[in-house]
Design a protein around this ligand. Sequence first.
Ligand SMILES: *Cc1c(COP(=O)(O)O)cnc(C)c1O
Ligand SMILES: [Zn+2]
Length: 426
Amino acid sequence: MGQGWILSGQAGDLTAARDRCITTRDLIRRRTGLAMNLLSHLECSLCHREFEADRLWNLCPTCHKPLLARYDLKKARQTITREEIARREATLWRYRELLPVRDLRYRLCLGEGWTPLIHATRLGEAVGFPTLYIKDEGLNPTGSFKARGLAVALSRARELGVQAVSIPSAGNAAGALSAYASLAGMQAYVFMPRDVPPLFVTECQMLGARVTLVDGLIHDCGQAAAREARKYGRFDLSTLKEPYRLEGKKTMGYELAEQMDWTLPEVIIYPTGGGTGLVGMAKAFDEMEELGWIGPRRPRMVVVQAEGCAPIVQAFHQGGEFAQPWENARTIADGLRVPVAVGDFLILRAVRASRGTAMAVPDAEMIEAARLMGHTQGILPCPEGAATLAAFLHLRRQGWIAEGERVVLFNTGSGLKYTHLYGENR
Ligand SMILES: *Cc1c(COP(=O)(O)O)cnc(C)c1O
Ligand SMILES: [Zn+2]
């Protein structure tokens, strides 16, 4: 890895963006004019129609399902090596050939990605399981892994000429979009449920976004955002309704492999709302196998949801290909309060193909698990991240997880945004 990567906090024009997160190698490559990435086309995840990658798309125009970015992996296999990747900057842009931004001048970088994978030995001791790991996404810009998806999607949108962007969000996606839009000099419009904790509203406003509070849940916000996007010509960045947030989130899969010395754990436990991270990691594993970076073995993937909103868990156990909308969704874990996910079938396919499972946990167990992680491991997780520990404890007790298996919990955000849930007076 290169040393001394100081990230410039300067915002605004392309010259500044060009100077962010750049390695000498990048400069040489740019001078010699080598292709910077290998994006070839987009492919519909359901009907498999193909689409040209160098224009803006939301869902597949035929079947209204997510589009997936495809790369020339044969060429990538010949041109990039794991050894070269290992020398690069400590951000998700170390995998740049496998990301959609063609011209690095458009890259927006605040240091997202390359978060620590922590061997949680003290927590492991407390729960009698020494091979427990935490991928701590709380260290990302704006305090959650939403930064990954939005850094990449917004960079690409900017490259394709977008000037105004919108997003429906339970809080974290709105904050991340606001930050990268600010850096890009774009106007952001964010739509959040009226009962979103005030901190998230303030965060977006201080980052220069226009905030609209909507009566209802995330899908009501989605409708409001989409309506205005059509009316005012904004590009809407709803989860999986454009192809590139997934690309940002898939880097968690690349990092996991690289941080485990190009092996993968036996089990991944992931708090699932829209499912971008889980679907993205499964995509990353398939790409890495085609690149010759890993073998065919895959981790069993576990979907964790909240008892008060568990449409994917229900569909998984009922054997459905798609999920039914969840009525009266209620949970303190806002990132899991997603009653309808456009990528439901992609989540279910990924979990089933991995021989994984799905489990719902009650809110009270999330708080308890957050306290346990905080007291033993020095990490204060978000409730969604804590839910993965609660699920782990159940799966271990049930014998679904065996001794010696390496288990990675995804703490998807910092607990610092959730003190309203964790205070002693509760
Ligand atoms: C959005 C969010 C989730 C759910 O992520 P998906 O990849 O959309 O399933 C989990 N945890 C936190 C903290 C979130 O903000
Ligand atoms: Zn289609």
